[in-house]
Design a protein. Structure first.
Length: 127
């Protein structure tokens, strides 16, 4: 499993990575591996404001459907349109081309409450 050392992680396996003024969110490599082959992703509309912990979409795989939860509060600035045609990008590149949304954060200090890569690695049994 790979873990992006530049990202912070929620207990529900979403990551948040600061890139300039935006925060890129997706699911971890561990989460996509647990889900299996991803076949569909539902994402929110640009401009929607959500609080930390609120559902922002759904990911469906051959195994199950799972809700996606906001790792921090913010407004959806961009959704990854490439996932409509190729949702398996999340399986292949969860930290790269398989990102889900970019948000304008409401309160960047919420990032501090997420797990760093080392702590997340221990949580999922990767040392």
């Amino acid at each position: 499993m790979s873990i992006d050392v530049n990202a912070r992680y929620a207990e529900s396996h979403e990551y948040a990575r600061l890139e300039g003024a935006a925060v890129v969110c997706g699911i971890s490599d561990h989460a996509q591996a647990e889900l299996g082959d991803i076949v569909f992703i539902e994402l929110p509309a640009v401009g929607k404001s959500l609080k930390k912990g609120e559902t922002f979409g759904t990911v469906e795989s051959v195994k199950a459907a799972s809700d996606l939860y906001m790792p921090i509060s913010g407004t959806i600035a961009e959704v990854n349109g490439a996932l409509q045609a190729d949702p398996a990008l999340v399986n292949r590149e969860p930290y790269g081309a398989g990102w889900l949304v970019k948000i304008t954060p409401a309160d960047l200090s919420e990032m501090d409450k997420l797990m760093d890569a080392k702590t997340y690695g221990k949580t999922i049994g990767e040392e």
